[in-house]
Design a protein. Sequence first.
Length: 448
Amino acid sequence: MLHCLLVVAFALSAVATAAAQSTRVPIVRDAEIEALLADYAEPIMRVAGVKRNRTEIVLVNQRSFNAFVSGRKIFINVGAIVQAETPNEIIGVIAHEVGHLAGGHQDRLRQQIDRAQTIAAVTTVLGVGAAIAGGVSGNRQAAQAGGGIAAGGVEAAQRGLMSYRRSEELAADRAAVDYLNRTGQSAKGLLTTFVRFQRDISLIADRINPYKISHPLPRERLSALETIARQSPHFDKTDSAALQRRHDRARAKILAYVFGPGAVDDAFRDAPNSQAARYGKAISTFLYGSPRDAVPMIDRLIAESPSDPYLHEMKGEVLLRAQDAQGAVNAFSRAVQLTNGNAPTIQVALGHALVLAGGEANLRRAIGELEVAITLDTANTRAYQHLAMAYGRLGADGEAELATAEANFHAGRYDEARRFAARAKRRFERGAPQWLRADDIQRFRVPR
Ligand SMILES: [Zn+2]
């Protein structure tokens, strides 16, 4: 399941106007794709000496190709994964971004602006991306969202901050090739990606591609990269078949969820019987056709790979849509088991199914699953929403109000969060852990 969250980032820098003070960054959560990207990044981060527990890869719900770093986070658009034909292309992009991280290319930015303003810069780049994506795809809403941000006046001022210097681009390219060499991987994918951008410039005068805004790509940079990439003994090495299958599945999933009906068929016309194509087709069937029709399609995939957690997770989503809450509970339980409890977003889905299935035992189990998920994923707004529902149905009003305050807090709706925190405080003894947490939320002020 691809969960779209709108994460609110506050733009409170000196250059932000009142109109642009709050902007929503479309973040996507998905256990399967997050695990894939973590596997792509793991060897790179290890040789780069970047601490993995402090570095997070965030999926951005944009169709355009973009990737960039901000703070300790690497942001990757879902559109980049779809456009990349091989894992190696995304691994190359990650290696380049880690090159920026390890090179401290953001330090200059951090010295100039404080934490809140760094978030603002991120939002601005996404805003520019949104305008472009909307313009190209004809998505009026996206175009308006992006245009609105650009019109706020933040864009021009911050484009300069977010753009890396030319010397930094060359350094990040060199670092990327070094990491790829040291992990026995090819830099061909990175080169392929950059050649594609270069070709796009000459073909459609695509000067406003978001990736190029944040990563300027002059011709001499490309030839420098090509020279060092070809020197590698691993240049002709390809990804393992297993990794390519996972990549194709991620692409199929994104195509089905983000690019709409028909997108999977178009993309997999040459391999309609591949696992990825059938997976994408099952998702499209459940989203745009009938969930009931999708059940046998998912069951066939599960029969082929019975210990694949994400197939069980998908079955849970399909059954939830088909209003079979108990069936969904069983499918999500299996998925949680198969991920050894390391996929909090699946655990949140299980909590949701348990709440819908109802009954005291299910509600109590939902609370247990959701509380565990929250310890791993503290800002998961959906977890708090389901938790509030479970507590509410069990008559635990104070806990329900506190969970609602948390849900609003992590979604950036601070006024609502304060209102529910105030209500929750009245139901707990002064100084109790719940009272203290509600008090924290009530006192929170957006950093300036
Ligand atoms: Zn770059």
